[in-house]
Design a protein around this ligand. Structure first.
Ligand code: NA7
Length: 286
């Protein structure tokens, strides 16, 4: 079994790395704030000193950090992955970034003698804990084959989407739809209750018809309970909308609904809800 490095132990990375350890992989973890390594070390992980040291000592290294800036810093920064990768070892970045960032990281890794795969995921905290993420892989096909056993532990499906950039693009398309849906759903919940309707009845009626989906059901229940415990940080959804809109600019694709949803999420960040769950967009627009 190949040795695995895991960089970035936030909400998602922590759960994904824990599943790899529990499945018996030899895992070395690193996080910028090293306190987050302790729980995984107690499950049996080794702790690495830097992204460079982890990439140098493992057959393949996975990363799961917040945004394009973090992903670039992890790869190209001092003691970054680029400095440790080589000899055909693998780097699998699972963070959600734009295609340009992913291509920049791919060039750095291949120049340093490594192999690169982007693999952003669809799914938040619970699917990460349950190992039921949808993993959107693109890039080096031999690394995809090598990473497949680990993907099977972390996710329920891991399609190969082609050249670097296509995993990032698929993820942005999916999350752009999600952000738009959550935004209009939250407006409906708010409008209905202001009109004197019962929130739970709105949810039940939506759930019984053609619009039924797990997101409306789950996030709607959170909104009614005023429980915004973070599964998917709101600031990350706004990042995804911003990146999707930039892709629309690049491809001359009008995205009027996504642009409005992006403004709703920006408003929620300004109101102080950046680190709460995406369901909190409701609080900013009601
Ligand atoms: P979290 O819980 O906000 O975690 C973010 C992680 O990214 C966390 O480990 C951070 O380290 C790390 N991070 C952020 N900036 C940096 C820099 N500059 N260098 C190194 N590491 C950094 O996010 P999620 O787990 O919910 O989401 C991860 C990705 O999946 C994201 O792209 C989502 O859109 C989807 P820290 O603990 O702060 O030291």
């Amino acid at each position: 079994m190949k040795s695995i490095g895991f960089l970035g132990l936030g909400i998602m990375g922590n759960a994904m790395a824990a599943n790899l350890i529990k499945a018996g992989f030899d895992v070395t973890v690193w996080n910028r704030n090293s306190a987050k390594c302790a729980e995984l070390v107690s499950l049996g992980a080794h702790q690495g000193d830097s992204p460079k040291a982890v990439a140098a000592s493992c057959d393949m290294t996975f990363a799961m950090v917040s945004d394009p800036e973090a992903a670039l810093a992890l790869c190209q920064g001092p003691d970054g992955v680029m400095a440790g990768i080589g000899d055909n070892r693998g780097y699998v970045d699972m963070s959600t970034v734009d295609d340009k960032t992913s291509k920049t990281i791919a060039a750095s890794i291949t120049q340093a003698g490594g192999r690169y795969l982007e693999a952003p995921v669809s799914g938040t905290k619970k699917p990460a804990e349950d190992g039921t993420l949808i993993i959107l892989a693109a890039g080096d096909q031999s690394l995809y084959d090598d990473a497949k056993p680990a993907f099977e532990v972390m996710g329920k499906m891991s399609p190969y989407l082609g050249d670097v950039g296509q995993g990032a693009n698929m993820k942005l398309v999916v999350n752009m739809m999600m952000g738009g849906m959550l935004s209009i759903f939250s407006e409906g919940m708010s409008l209905g209750q202001k009109a004197g309707l019962d929130g739970q009845q709105i949810l039940d009626i939506v759930d019984a018809g053609a619009m039924a989906n797990p997101m409306f059901k789950g996030k709607g229940a959170m909104q009614l309970k005023e429980d915004y415990t973070t599964s998917f940080p709101l600031k990350h959804m706004q990042k995804d909308l911003r990146l999707a809109i930039a892709l629309g600019d690049q491809l001359d694709q009008p995205l009027p609904t996504a642009a409005i949803a992006n403004e709703a999420f920006k408003q929620a960040i300004k109101a102080g809800f950046a680190d709460e769950d995406i369901a909190a967009v409701y609080k900013a627009i009601r």
